[in-house]
Write a protein that binds this ligand. Structure first.
Ligand code: SAH
Length: 419
């Protein structure tokens, strides 16, 4: 989501005559687009602002946008006196106001919903992967999560707007579309004729665009996986057979305290439905360890489910207490050293499984999408349909290539272009 917001902000500033620079000392305007999901990301913002302050030209204006801006509000101006702007994730389109009057302080952390999508100029060139938001905000009040506070309640964008933006991204270079939302599969929009659209309608309409070869979406909530969406994994060839469906914990006791609205058994039933329509599907998950009250037994249940489902490419985090959330004030907070021990154990298991899956890909042939040169600049990185990085040697990288996998390790694949 922040990648998308960053591109739109860049397009907006270009529209106002700015060009991008990597050198802070050259910049006339500097902004940090921020994430507030875990404390670590938030803590980094203020030290980064201090570094920017020392490196920037004296008259350059600077500020923060995104979720930390929303969380801090005017406190940010108290902490850093000469900061110029603080704009929440749904008000960054107001940035040009500061350009006309750089001596003011611009603060807007309102949750205005969809206004920003209409106000911003379209991108002029797309990377091969285009991120397109379909909804913003989240109505699932998971007790650990700050997102309902920072991005507000769910609002779905009009279906026609999403398709127009997708078509535009394809026209200016996109080959893969990743639909975005804090609760992407909760997408629901009813037009003025009373017709209701779901995520499955967006995917089917997008699949008709001939330049688009691959479609995926994130982040999804398990119980919002409706049958129309699940069935598409069996019928729509452009939809990648790879899905991020966070379980967070394998313990029913902890899932309840997290206010996740499913039990382990219900979650597994949903996975079985996917496997039934698409036997090649692979799933990744997000996990939180050390949630308040998590016993050794609860944690072992998370380890068991990670083993049982055999996730690939998962994300795992130590629970981080966040302001405006119910879990932050729950009793039985888990000490940091226990969280760390549990994270190490879970990561070891997830890494083993990832290595195992990568090794199982040897000799297989995948349609892959070009990403970038590798660090050496001699080889090139592609992405498989399971989003694994795959390194190949080629003089002429094409946007899509058929690649035969020749070797693999935990973090990547190596292959040969065969077509
Ligand atoms: N649906 C959200 C999820 C983003 S957060 C969105 O798309 O914006 C991504 C992951 O961070 C979550 O799935 C969860 O595993 C983790 N997370 C969220 N809040 C957390 C917290 N307080 N501490 C640790 N991890 C957290």
């Amino acid at each position: 989501m922040n990648v998308y917001d960053g591109l739109r902000i860049a397009a907006m500033l270009e529209h106002h005559g700015f060009t991008q620079t990597d050198n802070i000392a050259d910049a006339d305007i500097i902004l940090l687009n921020t994430c507030a999901v875990r404390a670590k990301a938030t803590d980094k913002v203020y030290s980064a602002l201090g570094r920017i302050r020392r490196a920037k030209k004296p008259d350059a204006i600077y500020g923060i946008v995104g979720c930390v801006a929303r969380e801090s509000g005017s406190d940010a101006f108290r902490k850093i006196k000469d900061l110029n702007f603080v704009l929440g994730p749904q008000s960054y389109h107001k940035l040009p106001e500061i350009l006309s009057d750089p001596d003011t302080k611009l603060l807007d952390i309102n949750l205005g919903g969809l206004e920003k999508f209409d106000e911003l100029p379209p991108i002029t060139k797309s990377p091969y992967v285009a991120y397109i938001p379909v909804q913003e905000g989240c109505n699932h009040c998971c007790t650990y999560c700050i997102v309902p506070y920072t991005r507000g309640p769910e609002i779905s964008r009009p279906f026609d707007d999403i398709i127009a933006e997708t078509q535009h991204a394809a026209d200016v270079g996109a080959i893969e579309i990743c639909f975005l939302g804090q609760n992407v599969n909760g997408y629901k929009y009813t037009d003025k004729n009373g017709k209701t659209y779901r995520l499955s309608d967006i995917i089917q309409e997008t699949a008709k665009i001939s330049n688009i070869n691959r479609i995926r979406f994130t982040s999804s909530y398990p119980t919002e996986m409706t049958d129309d969406l699940i069935e598409l994994f069996g019928t729509e060839k452009k939809l990648l057979p790879f899905l991020n469906m966070p379980i967070q914990s394998g313990s029913d006791n902890i899932l309840k305290k997290m206010n996740r609205q499913y039990s382990l058994a219900e979650y597994i039933k949903i996975i079985d439905k996917f496997k039934h329509v698409q036997p090649n599907i692979q799933i990744s998950s997000d996990f939180i360890v050390g949630f308040p009250g998590e016993s050794e037994q609860d944690f072992e249940q998370t380890m068991d489910v990670a083993k049982r489902i055999g996730y690939i490419n998962s994300y795992s985090f130590k629970y981080s207490p966040r302001p405006h959330t119910a879990a932050a004030i729950m009793p039985d907070q888990i000490p940091e050293n226990i969280k760390s021990e549990r994270l190490i154990k879970l990561d070891a298991l997830l890494n083993d499984r990832q290595r195992e899956f990568n090794l199982s890909c040897i000799d297989k042939i995948f349609d892959c999408l070009y990403e970038s040169p590798d660090k050496t600049g001699i080889k090139h990185i592609y992405r498989t349909p399971y989003m694994q990085p795959c390194i190949v040697t080629t003089d002429k990288p094409t946007p899509m290539a058929k690649i035969k996998i020749t070797s693999a390790n935990k973090s990547c694949l190596h292959g040969k272009i065969i077509d």
